[in-house]
Design a protein around this ligand. Structure first.
Ligand SMILES: NC(=O)c1ccc[n+]([C@@H]2O[C@H](COP(=O)([O-])OP(=O)(O)OC[C@H]3O[C@@H](n4cnc5c(N)ncnc54)[C@H](O)[C@@H]3O)[C@@H](O)[C@H]2O)c1
Ligand SMILES: *[C@@H]1O[C@H](CO)[C@@H](O)[C@H](O)[C@H]1NC(C)=O
Length: 439
């Protein structure tokens, strides 16, 4: 009651305060107004904290707090609204005659960025989606996103497990094709964080297929499997007809599961599905978790690099495939993909189901990879030779690519020396001047 009185007594002209500084009444009033101010600013401050918590991406520290980095991004910023839909439509607008309209998942990833840019360049409509998880340096994903943005490709930030979001995208745009490259990659990380493989490579794939099967019209889907499905197979070169039921890592097992899941959705719903088994892809804007990338980083820092050898000093070799050749293979698969046959979740007839090796057909020993890097970087590597641990890596890979060759003229043209030269040129310019550091 008395407080209200005080308020009633506040002079309407604030200027008067200054002349009556000494009175006890003013003193009380001052104290009171500062309490009001304090309350006011507390609310503003609290509001700012809440806004910050809401807007900021969830924790960026690696796997310590949450065991699953790909799940973290479920807490994504909001999507939707007229401005957002306009960006989605404009990015997906087809600009060439008979161009495709493609949803690219994992568009901020290594392969996704290159494929998106290539599609856009030839006039196809492209919309990306990526959850920007922190499996490796997120700033590299952001830099790729900026690169794509300049070419007119918008990447929606979200998880492929978010069916409401994916359905919304299909409501806004009638995609003719899906290029599915979002995945938890890496063989060794699977022992550290197995659930992220199940989340992205199995649950995420099923979630995406659920939306695709119900879409009207259903899109044709091309997706990334992996040479790792050959597992303990020792018959070379690896052919698509070889057995793939002996995966050597959880990563390989989830890729193999993807191939079986693809079979199911093709069989039940008439979805057109093409799996591409990539063989060790490398090149500019590549993945920091891969050997050629961290060898380059560590050799430049003068740090020793681990070189694995098989039993009895056996050579470890990889069929390294340059990114531009992989991109050509992806476009070839998209261009020869037949339409899905179902509609509204019902199968109307048999649909296409394929799987192709996309490799380079010439395996190179890892020691040779290091020698090439030494010449290109002009530094001597400190090699530490180690026994290959039994954690999922296989001793060698070698692709038989005659099927992809016959179906869409796939023919890799870049040898490791030429491709690494382009990678090193990119690496040095990207990380030049200490502006960014390769973690
Ligand atoms: N690079 C290779 O050597 C190689 C070899 C064999 C197979 N592959 C396969 O090719 C595909 C592309 O590989 P890459 O090298 O570009 O890997 P990458 O990690 O650079 O790209 C994958 C992208 O998908 C995103 N992503 C992961 N989970 C997601 C989710 N749940 N929702 C939304 N986005 C998600 C990631 O943020 C990342 O940007 C993957 O399926 C990978 O398994 C790659
Ligand atoms: C390569 O694969 C094709 C089938 O796709 C097969 O006919 C051919 O024999 C294979 N080549 C070798 C060298 O294994």
């Amino acid at each position: 009651m008395s407080q209200m009185k005080q308020f009633d007594n506040i002079p309407s002209t604030p200027g008067k305060f200054k002349m009556e500084k000494s009175s006890p009444y003013i003193h009380r009033l001052r104290w009171h107004s500062s309490l009001v101010k304090l309350t006011f600013w507390s609310f503003v401050f609290l509001g700012m904290i809440l806004m910050f918590l809401y807007k900021s991406p969830p924790s960026t520290s690696s796997s310590s707090s949450t065991p699953d980095p790909s799940r973290r991004s479920l807490w994504t910023p909001s999507w939707g609204g007229p401005a957002w839909e306009k960006r989605v439509r404009s990015s997906a607008r087809v600009r060439s005659r008979n161009g495709l309209c493609v949803l690219v998942t994992g568009a901020a990833g290594f392969v996704g960025t290159h494929v998106s840019a290539a599609l856009k360049r030839r006039g196809d409509g492209v919309l990306g989606i990526d959850n920007f998880n922190d499996y490796y340096d997120v700033s590299l994903k952001r830099a790729r996103q900026a690169l794509l943005e300049r070419t007119g490709v918008f990447i929606v930030e979200g998880d492929i497990n978010d069916q409401a979001l994916i359905s919304k995208l299909f409501e806004v745009v009638a995609f003719t094709h899906v290029m599915h490259l979002a995945a938890q990659a890496g063989v060794r990380y699977a022992m550290q964080n197995p659930s992220s493989y199940v989340h992205s490579n199995i649950a995420g794939f099923v979630s995406l297929l659920e939306v695709c099967k119900s879409a009207n019209p259903q899109p044709a889907i091309v997706w990334a499997s992996s040479s790792s499905v050959y597992g303990l197979n020792t018959k070379v070169p690896f052919s698509e007809k070889d057995r793939t039921d002996q995966p050597a890592s959880l990563y390989a097992a989830t890729k193999k599961a993807g191939e079986e899941i693809a079979h199911t959705y093709n069989h039940i719903y008439g979805l057109s599905l093409t799996g591409l088994r990539f063989f060790t892809v490398y090149g500019p804007w590549g993945r920091p978790d891969m050997a050629y990338f961290f060898f380059t980083r560590d050799m430049l820092k003068g740090k020793p690099i681990p070189i694995f050898e098989g039993p009895n000093h056996g050579t470890v070799a990889r069929d390294f495939t340059y990114i531009d050749d992989i991109v050509k293979g992806c476009l070839g698969a998209l261009d020869t993909a037949e339409k899905s046959t179902g509609s509204g979740g019902k199968k109307k007839g048999p649909a296409q189901l394929r799987v192709f090796n996309l490799g380079n057909t010439s395996p190179v020993p890892v020691s040779e990879l290091v020698s090439i890097l030494e010449r290109l970087l002009k530094v001597k590597a400190k090699r530490t030779v180690l026994k290959m641990p039994r954690n999922g890596d296989v001793q060698f890979t070698h692709a038989n690519i005659s099927y992809a060759q016959s179906e869409f003229g796939y023919k890799p043209t870049t040898d490791l020396q030429t491709g690494l030269k382009k990678f090193v040129r990119w690496y040095l310019s990207y990380y030049s001047g200490g502006k960014k550091s390769a973690q």
